[in-house]
Design a protein around this ligand. Structure first.
Ligand SMILES: [Zn+2]
Ligand SMILES: [Zn+2]
Length: 373
């Protein structure tokens, strides 16, 4: 069997093994024998933020999904940070990622299909020639091939990687007076943390968590993962609405990538932020709730009765949803002076009616589920 496995990619195997070994052995050893300067810790933290968010805001939401547009200065900063994250060039990463979305869970065509298990989707897919480079590899990123920043980084990728991962930490370390300490913390340890943070999105975020928006793919929403991935843990939302610049849509969802993009917009450095209309998001969520109730009740002897009630309540809920969002949409198109008090009042009432119906729907679901207990 093992004879049929594709060839090992030596450079990737060495890179992942040696950096991990360095982070686990050399980093604590140096701390124990020599000790680190506070500056090295702060620079490592800064580089972790910079390289991590360059992947999420840049590689992922900007270039792979075109969910927003960035000022060239921001693009350069994200391209440099992305090279520091050492996850291949923007062009290559985006090509893989667009295929991941298009063929998600297809074990042949999704480059890091979760269907092939945790190890494969986390890191295994990069250790062997599972997806050899062909002429068609970059067919799905023609738009990015017109971008000067993207192509500069792609064509000089090796130099960019060395400059950001070795040159920059060494230079900063030379200024602070501890080159080796800086290389270990802001270079090696920081890189390993960024690597596995991103890799968890391909592995754990397709295994662990909830599916509030769709069960058509294995992706999951997971607030814990969001904490270590700059907000990318809301992966079920992301796979359902991939062009939205947000991954966590509630204001309290931990999504620093979203906050950064919005902040850049306020500064005039970002524009064209794409949002999926709220009624589509709400409909998807409610449809999944109906589906999960239907599934739970399916084998129960009183199921028919409850299902009929639930479906009737659900239809009612959808009509309330349409009434509210339809009126909201209509009012958004009007000029301010055309909106009188009664129009505003009407919208408030439609919103309240929708919220009220939503509560009723939740309470009926709770009653139906309690029947199973
Ligand atoms: Zn994506
Ligand atoms: Zn995914």
């Amino acid at each position: 069997m093992s004879d049929n496995k594709p060839r090992l990619i030596l450079v990737n195997n060495l890179l992942f093994a040696l950096t991990l070994l360095g982070a686990l052995v050399l980093v604590p050893l140096y701390g124990f024998l020599v000790g680190y300067q506070a500056e090295a810790l702060w620079v490592a933290l800064l580089f972790w933020l910079w390289s991590g968010i360059s992947i999420t805001a840049g590689y992922h939401r900007l270039w792979s999904h075109k969910a927003w547009q960035a000022h060239p200065v921001v693009q350069w900063l994200l391209a440099i940070g992305g090279a520091m994250a050492l996850q291949n060039s923007i062009l290559h990463w985006s090509s893989d990622h667009r295929r991941h979305h298009k063929h998600v869970d297809d074990n042949q065509r999704d480059p890091y299909s979760a269907g092939r298990g945790f190890w494969f989707s986390h890191i295994g897919w990069m250790l062997r020639e599972y997806q050899p480079l062909t002429e068609s590899t970059y067919n799905n990123v023609r738009d990015l091939q017109k971008n000067a920043v993207v192509m500069n980084q792609h064509n000089h990728y090796g130099k960019w990687v060395l400059a950001t991962n070795v040159g920059l930490p060494a230079l900063v370390g030379w200024f602070t007076g501890d080159v080796l300490g800086m290389l270990l913390l802001a270079g090696v340890l920081r890189l390993v943390l960024v690597h596995h943070g991103t890799f968890f999105i391909n592995s754990l975020a397709h295994i662990w968590g909830t599916q509030p928006f769709s069960d058509q793919h294995s992706s999951r929403d997971n607030g814990v993962l969001a904490l270590v991935t700059f907000g990318e843990g809301y992966h079920n939302f992301h796979h359902t609405f991939e062009y939205d610049y947000r991954n966590g849509i509630r204001w309290w969802h931990f999504d620093p990538t979203k906050w950064l993009i919005r902040g850049l917009e306020k500064l005039g450095l970002a524009k064209g932020l794409r949002r999926v209309p709220a009624d589509r998001i709400e409909s998807a969520r409610l449809a999944m709730q109906l589906k999960s109730s239907q599934r739970l009740l399916a084998d129960h002897h009183t199921a028919q009765e409850w299902l009929a009630k639930l479906e009737a309540e659900y239809d009612h809920l959808l009509s309330r949803l349409q009434a509210y969002y339809g009126e909201k949409q209509r009012q958004l198109k009007l000029h301010k002076h055309e909106l009188d008090r009664s129009a505003r009042q009407q919208l408030t009432e439609l919103h309240q009616a929708f919220e009220q119906q939503k509560r009723q729907w939740q309470s009926l679901r709770a009653q139906a589920h309690a029947q199973l207990a």
